[in-house]
Design a binder for this molecule. Sequence first.
Ligand SMILES: Nc1ncnc2c1ncn2[C@@H]1O[C@H](COP(=O)(O)OP(=O)(O)OP(=O)(O)O)[C@@H](O)[C@H]1O
Length: 349
Amino acid sequence: MTPIIRTEGLRKEFSSKGQTVVAVENLTMDIAAGSLTAFLGPNGAGKSTSLRMLTTLLEPTSGTASVCGFDVARQPAEVRARIGYIGQKNGAGHYQRIRDELLSQGAMYGLGRTEARRRTEELIDLLDLGEVANRNTITLSGGQRRRADIALGLIPAPSLLFLDEPTTGLDPQSRANLWEHILNLRKQHGMTLFLTTHYLDEADQFAERVMVVDHGKVIADDTAARLKATLAGDRITVTVDGDAVTATDIVRRLAVDSGAANPEPTATPDGEATRIVVAVNGGEHVLPRLIRELDAAGSEVRTADLDQPTLDDVFLTLTGRSLREENQAAEDSEAGAESAAPSPAGAPR
Ligand SMILES: Nc1ncnc2c1ncn2[C@@H]1O[C@H](COP(=O)(O)OP(=O)(O)OP(=O)(O)O)[C@@H](O)[C@H]1O
């Protein structure tokens, strides 16, 4: 089947104060129709720029991209007619009722009045906006506003939807709720979804394909499960009494047997005992065997833990940075800026 997105050596450079910034470098990928791909990367990695090129909002410096079978540079109108794009900033206007905004969007896409009305009501229903459809966007909660954004992006009934950080800034419950809606849409309409997110748990849970970009380049591209298995591995920590050298040898042998990429354990004194940490493959099989072998060798196992990796561990291996910590730092600085910013008298905060 022809991929719904195909890029070949896509590149975007910006000139800023006499300097050239390469935001996206040599992006080559095929995305299958009907798939859900998460495009991940630290701040400034080039995710939004890639999305903006694929949605025809930015012209590539070089390389090619076809979306829904049309070239983004030469046939932008054809591309736009087939896609939806939900950017980072709230797309819904502030002083219009959601229902009216959806109707205007329908008119903008050239739907007749009856069809615009039908789709508006369908999307209000699908995205659970019934209770707020007659309210102005400015009065909505973050989660409701994001759902309104998605409804707006879906007015033209796209076969491919791009979402740039759809859940950023939402509380965990609103995130879960929005995801339920996104997955529901996908099920009902067989849409292809291509999204960026800073929440790696979302990518892990919902995406079939995870692409990690850094400094404008794709540095990993696979399923979340395979990325975790190949780039992070499981981690076993045991605390043992008795002969630390023998115990460490046993741990190393089992890690080697498991096929771990780096089977060298680290052993550190923990009071009278020794704490041994090692990376293994298939930790759930290795751990029981390890406990039996240590026991048979006369090492008393005080504690035994198995940590299975998250995508953040993958991220750390790949980029040397923890996205979880970056997110936390960004949230902290936003919260700081918000509490420091003066609020104009009477203005809603
Ligand atoms: N209009 C512009 N002019 C100059 N540089 C730009 C412009 N837009 C983006 N860049 C730069 O290109 C790089 C990639 O930016 P981009 O917004 O694509 O990153 P991102 O991965 O989406 O980041 P974030 O997660 O913070 O949204 C960054 O170094 C950014 O500063």
